[in-house]
Design a binder for this molecule. Structure first.
Ligand SMILES: [Zn+2]
Length: 272
């Protein structure tokens, strides 16, 4: 039987770090402020919050539109591009009404209208996997009131708005078959592996979607090799431009594509 060779990139990612967060839409800020006052009043009166209390300040079009543009119309976690109407969500990084595995925790209700807690994701990642999962490295540091210091918490889940997923997650793929591209954690604190687990980033659907890109990526790589072998500047330049275009943060799975070209020793041509 033919042996299979495994390739992996040195510093790769499934997710990709986002650019600086844009300002919140003005109308949203007003809506959010008013709703938060109501939430705080109810809590101060000792009443339990329900889903009905968390009015959806984020479902007006200005919020998903701004977040979607910020994320280059991609899910912040899996990097797929999808039809925004049926398949996209405003994701609350810290869950708003409850934390999976910790039934006594009320959820981070005071962040339900907090712009800095919003991300843009696909329904697969948000509803099928992330949900209310938000594990911490030290559970005793979890906060449960608005006046607590969130900086005390050490979440396992990587926040692509403030952290670079490349520091935590890498990839493996089969060099001869190229069908499945599997992510794995690389950091000592296991945040990469935990993030993969929480979001189902190693499930077959995503591994196959990345594998399907291999033919194109291999073709570009071969073009570059041919240009280098022949010393043909025109071919090399064309391959460079293709690498740059493919690895732009605006393209789906750009994190994985960057990883691929790094692993082939073509790091210098990757888009910034
Ligand atoms: Zn997703």
């Amino acid at each position: 039987m033919k042996s299979r060779k495994c390739c992996s990139s040195g510093t790769t990612l499934k997710m990709i770090k986002l650019d600086a967060r844009p300002s919140a839409p003005r109308a949203f800020t007003q809506r959010a402020g008013e709703l938060l006052v109501k939430l705080k009043k109810k809590v101060a009166e000792g009443q339990a919050l329900t889903k009905d209390d968390i009015k959806r300040s984020w479902s007006h079009d200005d919020v998903p539109r701004t977040l979607r543009a910020w994320h280059n119309e991609k899910c912040c976690y899996c990097e797929r591009k999808r039809d925004p109407a049926p398949e996209s969500d405003v994701e609350h990084f810290r869950p708003k009404l409850g934390v999976t595995g910790f039934p006594a925790h009320p959820g981070y209700w005071w962040l339900s209208h907090e712009w800095n807690n919003f991300l843009f994701s696909c329904k697969r990642c948000n509803q099928k996997y992330k949900g209310n999962h938000f594990p911490l490295r030290e559970e005793e540091k979890r906060v449960d009131t608005p006046d607590s210091d969130l900086a005390l918490e050490e979440p396992f889940l990587i926040n692509p708005a403030v952290e670079n997923p490349e520091d935590f997650i890498s990839y493996r793929w089969d060099a001869e078959v190229d069908i499945l591209v599997k992510p794995y954690g690389v950091d000592d604190e296991c945040r990469g592996s935990k993030t993969i687990e929480i979001l189902g980033l190693d499930q077959p659907d995503l591994m196959e979607e990345r594998g399907a890109l291999m033919l194109t990526l291999r073709g570009i790589e071969m073009e570059m090799r041919a240009g280098q072998y022949r010393g043909c500047k025109m071919i090399i330049d064309r391959a460079k431009n293709r690498i740059k275009a493919e690895t732009s943060s605006k393209t789906p799975f750009s994190g994985f594509k960057r990883a691929f070209f790094r692993a082939q020793g073509l790091r210098e041509y990757i888009s910034d």
